[in-house]
Design a protein around this ligand. Structure first.
Ligand code: SF4
Length: 103
């Protein structure tokens, strides 16, 4: 028998119509919660969204925001599957927050 998922209220990323589909947010998300779908970012797995907002920091269009809503609980097990060394190297090389790139 399939177990019903518990929905709880929590902070989660949302994408507005301002999205230009550049993919920076997808590459800055350590958990893989976002993907480009039909030229636009989309939260494809809310269980992988921690609401931390690394995607917000790199979006040139200000298209991402945090909303509080009912969502599946965060999948904490994803944290043990992320290679943070590789992820941080990628961020440092390509995806500094926009404010830091202007310096
Ligand atoms: S970084 Fe911003 S503009 Fe680029 S795909 Fe993500 S939401 Fe869209």
């Amino acid at each position: 028998m399939m177990k019903m998922s518990l929905k709880i209220k929590r902070m989660i990323i949302a994408v507005s119509d301002a999205c230009a589909g550049c993919g920076r947010c997808v590459n800055s998300c350590p958990t893989g919660a976002l993907e480009i779908v039909e030229d636009r970012a989309e939260l494809i797995n809310e269980r992988l969204c921690d609401g931390f907002g690394s995607c917000i920091a790199v979006c040139p269009e200000n298209a991402l925001y945090i909303e509080e809503r009912e969502a599946e609980p965060f999948d904490w097990s994803i944290l043990s599957r992320i290679d943070f060394e590789v992820f941080i190297e990628k961020l440092e090389k390509h995806y500094k927050p926009l404010q830091l790139q202007k310096e």
